[in-house]
Ligand binder design. Structure first.
Ligand SMILES: [Zn+2]
Length: 316
């Protein structure tokens, strides 16, 4: 009887660890408590130069950085960065490990430098090289079941929405829409303090931008457009499909109607889309159009990775 209870408990512990998946501590001393997030995954960097391929975790200079996973250490960029297994840590100084050393999880690998944060990258495969981690490997370390604990009580905000005639700089007013249209949505998410409240030091990128369409009785028409979801990041060469002019490292203007993850990247919303067809197939006569010109209610929704949202309804 005692044995069977022990077996049940062991099985329960194994199952629990499997359910927990790949959740891991924060890569700092006091790793079992949340730390402040200053930048999120997928943000624009430079003048639309590249995607931010990790998260920035606040850590004042001299904070001990701790390895999440046991594996061989690859020391990068003149000792500023270290890769161990699936994880990469940047803005370090005073490393306590050697290049190619086998490092155990939980070991202090060095200390933060005067940048006062670590740029933390998670890869979907173990990395055993010195070069950049390809964008296609990078995953969002703030997803549920990764960096743990993570509480985020602050909601993202939509700053502005501009509708353009597809492929032009012509601005279209929401009440007079027809044809093929591009939506530029400027939005941000407040940074997340260590206690889960808002840290206003930095504007972060949002996780997901989507657009819904509704008829005059508020019924959803067609499928919401939701191309930009930062579980992954597109290739840096496709950043202009994700971010519009005016975007930089602290201002994020998203092309909500483009899909930088899948060709064709230059998609659009089409009021004249034929029912039961793709967005790029026009109705042959007005009655066949899924949306129709004019009186469409448009709802723009942005979401952070914790599920907090902001939405703006554009009434015709
Ligand atoms: Zn960073």
């Amino acid at each position: 009887m005692k044995y069977s209870i022990r077996i049940v408990f062991t099985l329960f512990a194994v199952i629990l660890s499997l359910v927990k998946g790949f959740a891991y501590d924060w890569p700092l001393v006091n790793g079992q408590i949340q730390h402040q997030i200053n930048s999120t995954f997928g943000e624009c960097r430079g003048e639309r130069a590249y995607f931010h391929n990790g998260v920035d975790i606040q850590a004042s200079q001299g904070t001990a950085v701790v390895a999440i996973e046991s594996d061989t250490a690859y020391i990068l960029s003149g000792s500023v960065g270290v890769n161990i297994g699936h994880y990469r840590y940047y803005h370090l100084a005073n490393l306590t490990i050697q290049n190619l050393q086998m490092v155990q999880a939980g070991t202090i690998i060095g200390y933060t430098n005067a940048d006062n944060h670590i740029h933390f990258i998670e890869s979907n495969q173990s990395v055993d090289f010195y070069g950049n981690v390809p964008n296609e490997y990078c995953v969002n370390p703030l997803r549920n079941g990764a960096l743990t604990p993570f509480i985020d009580a602050g909601a993202p905000e939509i700053d502005s929405i501009t509708i353009y005639r597809q492929g032009t700089n012509d601005v279209v007013q929401p009440g007079t829409i027809y044809g093929q249209l591009d939506f530029a949505v400027q939005a941000h998410d407040p940074g997340v303090a260590a206690d889960g409240t808002i840290n206003n030091q930095s504007a972060c990128g949002v996780y997901n931008i989507s657009i819904e369409f509704r008829d005059s009785t508020d019924n959803l028409i067609g499928q919401a457009i939701s191309y930009l979801i930062f579980d992954n990041i597109p290739d840096n060469g496709d950043i202009n499909w994700a971010f519009a002019t005016g975007s930089n490292s602290s201002t994020f203007v998203y092309w909500a109607t483009n899909d930088p993850f899948n060709e064709p990247y230059n998609k659009y919303w089409n009021t004249r889309q034929r029912e039961n067809s793709n967005y790029n197939v026009d109705a042959r006569y007005p009655g066949e159009a899924l949306y129709g010109d004019g009186a469409i209610r448009i709802r723009v929704i942005v979401e952070d990775i914790a599920g907090n949202t902001d939405m703006v309804d554009l009434s015709p």
